[in-house]
Ligand binder design. Structure first.
Ligand SMILES: Cc1cc2nc3c(=O)[nH]c(=O)nc-3n(C[C@H](O)[C@H](O)[C@H](O)COP(=O)(O)O)c2cc1C
Length: 403
């Protein structure tokens, strides 16, 4: 066999991909249908998930042609951390994408000098993820009693989390016109038999898991009670559904428990809510509709961003997430008032396509795209971008919650 080792498969596809869309296509081919469907997500008619992408396409640029800058400075500071570009990993509670899961994402983010957001519904523990990236923020929903919330938050702090992200925009919507993927409660023998046909036709994915000697266990290690069992994804979801909904006083209380460390409220879409977030003492908000997975009909965050940034941009950091697939999207968001953006599906496609290297590949695509847009616009720094760099068509903005 060794004497044929020079014989390489000339048709073998390179693992590198050139755009996020190509990574998504690779993910579609590599993942079992139900796992891919869980990442596509969206809700109801998919109006919001579609608008998140469509809105970026409606925006244009006003480029210069000569006298351009050799320098293209992308570094910034977000939530108390210096980052190489204004892009953060948005927390996603997903399972079974890749055996290295969020640890691979955290390593890729660290390798590219950016911060990591870890979902409390993630498949890897905050201890492992914070060890892989010292710029890790832990994300929580309002799940469980105040004592339980504090216990989870203190665990994250002890593990080295540098900031807390509170996500409050979940609306428990159910049903998608294109159907929701069937996801087992646990990987029992029954479930393995039921899902085996999906896995068998995805040999690369199966091989990745076989190499680690396991199957996805579909649990939420960051929600394990002290001395108790780790809840399953659905068990944790049940606890969430039965938790009374938080008030603005609860938000201020949680922020106080976290002390002086950076605190982000994720999911803000309205100017009045952004102002209340300032009153609650947050460090940052993310203008977000949860990637279109919630209340369908909510407009794209990029439409709501300008009014929110104008109202509170001098008081707190304003981030945006939803629909970022290119470096030029990042530049559009920053020009319209965001301090930075967070990405969700973009890195999930990279992770599915090629593990840690795939996430690095996605971050390189975004970095390259930011550089190219800065060059075209004649800006030597992301900090010099202004709304005038972007062509905003009439009727684009949605100024929500403006008195
Ligand atoms: C599959 C999936 C799971 C998600 N899980 C979480 C989560 O656990 N916590 C959270 O705050 N946001 C979650 N989000 C929302 C993302 O953090 C982010 O807001 C969204 O993905 C941004 O949109 P994009 O995917 O177009 O970049 C999830 C998104 C997706 C697609």
């Amino acid at each position: 066999m060794a004497k044929f080792s020079w014989l390489k498969n000339p048709w073998k596809q390179s693992d590198w991909f050139e755009t996020v869309a190509v990574a998504q296509e690779r993910a579609r081919k590599r993942l079992p249908k139900s796992v891919y469907g869980a990442l596509v997500a969206g809700s109801e008619a998919g109006i919001t998930v579609d608008d998140n992408l469509a809105a970026f396409r409606e925006l244009g640029f006003a480029p210069h042609v000569a006298g351009l800058s050799e320098k293209r400075d992308m570094g910034t500071r977000v939530m108390g951390q210096d980052v190489a570009m204004p892009v953060l990993i948005s927390p996603t509670g997903v399972q079974a994408v890749h055996p290295d899961g969020e640890v691979a994402v955290a390593r890729a983010a660290a390798a590219r000098g950016i911060a990591m957001g870890l979902s409390s519904f993630a498949s890897k523990s905050i201890e492992d993820v914070a060890a892989a990236n010292d710029k890790t923020f832990f994300q929580m929903y309002w799940v469980g009693s105040r004592d339980v919330l504090v216990q989870r938050m203190e665990r994250a702090r002890a593990a080295g989390a540098k900031g807390l992200i509170m996500t409050l925009d979940w609306s428990f919507s159910n049903g998608r016109d294109w159907g929701s993927p069937a996801i087992p409660e646990r990987m029992s023998l029954d479930a393995m038999v039921k899902f085996a046909p999906e896995g068998i036709i995805r040999p690369k994915w199966l091989l990745d898991w076989a190499r680690t000697g396991g199957v996805p266990d579909l649990t939420t290690p960051n929600l394990t009670p002290p001395g108790g069992d780790t809840p399953t994804f659905f068990g944790a979801y049940g606890e969430w559904m039965s938790t009374p909904l938080p008030t603005w006083e609860d938000v201020a209380w949680l922020r106080e428990q976290w002390g002086d460390a950076p605190f982000m409220l994720k999911g803000v879409m309205r100017v009045d809510d952004a102002k209340r977030a300032v009153d609650a003492g947050v460090t940052a908000i993310s203008v977000s509709n949860h990637g279109g997975n919630n209340l369908d009909g909510t407009p794209a965050p990029i439409r709501a961003l300008p009014a929110i940034a104008e109202a509170v941009g001098n008081d707190i950091e304003v981030l945006l997430d939803g629909g970022i697939r290119r470096g030029s999207d990042v530049v559009k968001a920053v020009a319209l008032g965001a301090d930075a953006v967070m990405i969700g599906r973009a890195y999930l496609w990279g992770l599915a396509a090629n593990g840690q290297a795939g996430v690095e590949n996605v971050l390189d695509i975004l970095g390259g795209g930011i550089g190219s847009a800065l060059l075209g616009l004649g800006r030597d720094s992301i900090h010099d971008l202004t709304p005038g760099d972007v062509v905003v068509p009439p009727g684009f903005r949605r100024d929500l919650g403006v008195e």
